[in-house]
Design a protein around this ligand. Structure first.
Ligand SMILES: NC(=O)c1ccc[n+]([C@@H]2O[C@H](COP(=O)([O-])OP(=O)(O)OC[C@H]3O[C@@H](n4cnc5c(N)ncnc54)[C@H](O)[C@@H]3O)[C@@H](O)[C@H]2O)c1
Length: 262
C-alpha cells in the first residue's frame, strides 16, 4: 500500500477543495501536514477536517509570504519533504479584447507566480536534503484552448512548463516535480460557477468520456500517488485527471454509437 509515514507535507490552498482533500488524504497516509492558505478564517476548521498539524496564512503570490509560509511549515515539522501547490483562482470567462490587464495579471500572479514562489521556497529545503516531491495543480485549460480563459490557460500552461523544467533541473538532485491536470472538479470554486450558470453540467458530462465531473478526492489520490515512492521514477509529468477530456477529439455527441445492447 502507498504510505507517506514520516513525510512532512506542505499543502497550499489547503483550506478548501482539491487542497483540502489532498491534505486529508496525505494525513490519512501517515504524513505530517501543514496547511497554507490566504483564508485565515477557514484554516482552523480545515485543519480539524484534514488532521493537519499546523496552519500558516498568506498569499502565495507574495514573495515575502511564500518564504514565510515555507519557513513556518519547515519549523513546525522539522523540514518539508512534500509540497502540494493547490492554491489557485479561476477567471471570469472574459473575451480577451475586453479584459483589463490587471485582471489578467492577477490570475497569472496567483496561479503561476504563486506556484513558482512556493516551489522555490519549499524546493530549496528539499534540495538541501536531496529528497522531496512536489505536485503542482494545472488544469485541462492548460492543455488545450478554452475561449474566454486566456489568463487562466496561460497560467496553467506555464505551470506545466515550470513542472517540466523543474523536473529536469531538480531530478539529478533528488527532488521530483510533477503536476496533475484536473478537469471540472466539484469543489466550492466550481459549485459557485455552476450556481451562477457559468457552464452547463450536462454538456460537460457529455463531453467527458467518463460521463461526469470529478470529485476532489479523485484528484487528491493522483497527487498522493505522485508524491509517494510508488512514483519514484516519475518526474516532469503532467498527469491529466480528467475522465478522458484531454484525449477526446470528436465533435461532442453529434453521433451516437451503437452500445453493447444494440
Ligand atoms: N475545481 C476545478 O474544477 C479545477 C479544475 C482544474 C484545476 N483546478 C485547480 O485546482 C486548484 C484548487 O482549486 P479548487 O477548485 O480546489 O478551488 P477552491 O477555491 O475550492 O480552493 C482554492 C484554495 O486556494 C486558496 N487561495 C486562493 N488564492 C490564494 C492565494 N493567493 N494565496 C493562498 N491561498 C490562496 C483559497 O483561499 C482556497 O482555500 C486551483 O489551482 C485550480 O485552478 C481546479
Amino acid at each position: 500500500m502507498i504510505t507517506l509515514q514520516g513525510r512532512k507535507a506542505l499543502v497550499t490552498g489547503g483550506a478548501s477543495g482539491i487542497g483540502e482533500a489532498t491534505a486529508r488524504l496525505l494525513a490519512g497516509l501517515g504524513a505530517e501536514v501543514v496547511l497554507a492558505d490566504r483564508n485565515a478564517a477557514e484554516l482552523p476548521a480545515a485543519a480539524g477536517r484534514t488532521g493537519a498539524a499546523a496552519v500558516t496564512t498568506g498569499d502565495v503570490a507574495s514573495e515575502a509570504d511564500a518564504e514565510r509560509m515555507a519557513a513556518e511549515a519547515a519549523a513546525a515539522m522539522g523540514g518539508i519533504d512534500l509540497l502540494m501547490n493547490a492554491a489557485g483562482i479561476g477567471d471570469d470567462l472574459m473575451p480577451m479584447h475586453a479584459q483589463p490587464v490587471d485582471r489578467w495579471q492577477h490570475v497569472l500572479d496567483v496561479n503561476l507566480r504563486g506556484t513558482y514562489l512556493m516551489c522555490r521556497a519549499a524546493g530549496r529545503r528539499m534540495l538541501a536534503a536531496r529528497r522531496g516531491a512536489i505536485v503542482n495543480v494545472s488544469s485541462i485549460v492548460g492543455l488545450g484552448a478554452f475561449p474566454g480563459r486566456s489568463a487562466y490557460g496561460a497560467a496553467k500552461a506555464g505551470v506545466n512548463h515550470l513542472t517540466q523544467t523543474l523536473g529536469c533541473e531538480w531530478g539529478p538532485l533528488g527532488v521530483r516535480v510533477n503536476a496533475v491536470a484536473p478537469a471540472y472538479t466539484l469543489t466550492p470554486m466550481v459549485r459557485a460557477l455552476l450556481d451562477r450558470r457559468m457552464f452547463d453540467p450536462d454538456r460537460i458530462a457529455r463531453r467527458t468520456p467518463l460521463g461526469r465531473m470529478a470529485e476532489p478526492e479523485e484528484v487528491a489520490r493522483a497527487a498522493a500517488f505522485l508524491m509517494s515512492d510508488w512514483a519514484s521514477y516519475i518526474t516532469g509529468a503532467v498527469l491529466p485527471v480528467d475522465g478522458g477530456w484531454s484525449v477526446y477529439g470528436a465533435a461532442g455527441d453529434v453521433a451516437r454509437l451503437p452500445g453493447p445492447e444494440d
